[in-house]
Design a protein around this ligand. Structure first.
Ligand SMILES: NC(=O)c1ccc[n+]([C@@H]2O[C@H](COP(=O)([O-])OP(=O)(O)OC[C@H]3O[C@@H](n4cnc5c(N)ncnc54)[C@H](OP(=O)(O)O)[C@@H]3O)[C@@H](O)[C@H]2O)c1
Length: 332
């Protein structure tokens, strides 16, 4: 591939939204010792992508400009570094790209072999790409933060998932049901049937008074809230939590960190837990597990929309808009 060019989409400074994305021709990257080169078939977007562009992770990310955004990719291995033992040219894979590198909005990307997982033919590239940041986050929130056992062997818990129609929320609802939890969910009226079909026991329209109050129709008190929405204060959660209930906040701002600190120092049994996904060597095992659940028909990736790379701006704007149902996919 050395010397050949590929189409890619990048931005060169903070801010600017979809209008700041630029289409460029760049050399196809060469895999280093422990990397695979993937011809991309699908890339899933996450709010994280445009939050980086907005400067939310400044000065850590992006490491440098111009930056090719997006991390969740699936495709076919077309070249491997000399140290790669687990993959060969022609393998279908799904991979989580490094935060520092990005690279998902392109025709080709290099991924670390430890963050790459084989993709069986039953799982489409789009279904697999959707699983990465969103699926890993839902899995981490439910298992590590909320303490659920996804094989159903743990104790029965009452779980609330806010913004259950979003990328993370739809996986969280389904995974919580695998853990035998009672699941209450919030979403907009148009997605109530979908969220019920994917397993939620009760669903609240967040625009109604009961929905805004997060009140379980059956009177359940929540052992854990997988909080995928934003802008809901602790005072709304507090009366709905069980004695040891936790709010796992996926988008913690300064107020959430203050609440977290106050609950800690006052030894409150009800806690706020800020969550930040930090992929590590365990992540590959979880990605494999999630891919296998999709293969077995136990987990569904809901696709909001698919957009060609040539029109990545539409996908980007849709993600910023915040009203996707499931995952937004870009296809080269
Ligand atoms: N900490 C981490 O490591 C981590 C990892 C992944 C994601 N996150 C964060 O988690 C959040 C969710 O991510 P995502 O990918 O799931 O987002 P998303 O797919 O963009 O979520 C969109 C969905 O949220 C629904 N929604 C918005 N506000 C709502 C509310 N107040 N109540 C109920 N539903 C609401 C929308 O429904 P309507 O269209 O009906 O309004 C839409 O279906 C984001 O802030 C993201 O940055 C954090």
């Amino acid at each position: 591939m050395a010397g050949k060019l590929m189409h890619a989409v990048q931005y060169s400074k903070y801010g600017g939204g979809a209008a700041a994305l630029k289409h460029v021709e760049l050399p196809i990257p060469t895999p280093k010792n422990d990397e695979v080169l993937i011809k991309l078939e699908a890339t899933a977007l996450n709010p994280f992508d445009w939050k980086i562009q907005n400067g939310k992770t400044r000065p850590i990310l992006p490491k440098k400009f111009p930056f090719i955004p997006a991390f969740d990719v699936a495709g076919e291995v077309v070249d491997i570094g000399p140290g790669v033992k687990n993959f060969k040219v022609g393998d279908k894979v799904v991979a989580l790209l490094r935060n520092a590198d990005g690279g998902g909005l392109a025709e080709y990307a290099v991924a670390k072999d430890v963050m790459t997982v084989a993709r069986p033919p039953e799982v489409s590239a789009a279904e697999a790409a959707g699983l990465l940041i969103a699926g890993l986050t839902a899995h981490m929130a439910l298992t590590q933060s909320a303490g659920l056992e996804l094989d159903g062997s743990g104790k029965q818990a009452n779980i609330l998932v806010t913004a259950a129609s979003g990328g993370v929320g739809l996986y969280a609802v389904q995974l919580a049901k695998l853990a035998n939890a009672h699941v209450t969910a919030t979403c907009g009226a148009r997605n109530i049937e979908l969220v019920k079909r994917l397993g939620a026991d009760e669903v609240l329209d967040y625009k109604t008074p009961d929905g805004a109050a997060l009140k379980s129709p059956s009177g359940k008190k929540y052992d854990a809230v997988i909080h995928c929405a934003t802008g809901i204060p602790w005072s709304t959660f507090e009366p709905n939590l069980s004695a040891n209930g936790k709010v796992i906040d996926l988008s913690p701002g300064p107020r959430a960190f203050l609440t977290y600190a106050i609950k800690k120092v006052t030894l409150s049994k009800k806690q706020l837990v800020p969550l930040l996904l930090s992929p590590n060597s365990e992540s590959r095992i979880v990605i494999s597990y999630l891919v296998n659940l999709v293969k077995e028909g136990k987990l569904t990736t809901v696709i909001d929309s698919k957009h060609p790379l040539s029109n990545a701006e539409d996908a980007w704007a849709k993600s910023i808009d915040g009203h996707a149902t499931g995952k937004i996919i870009v296809e080269p």
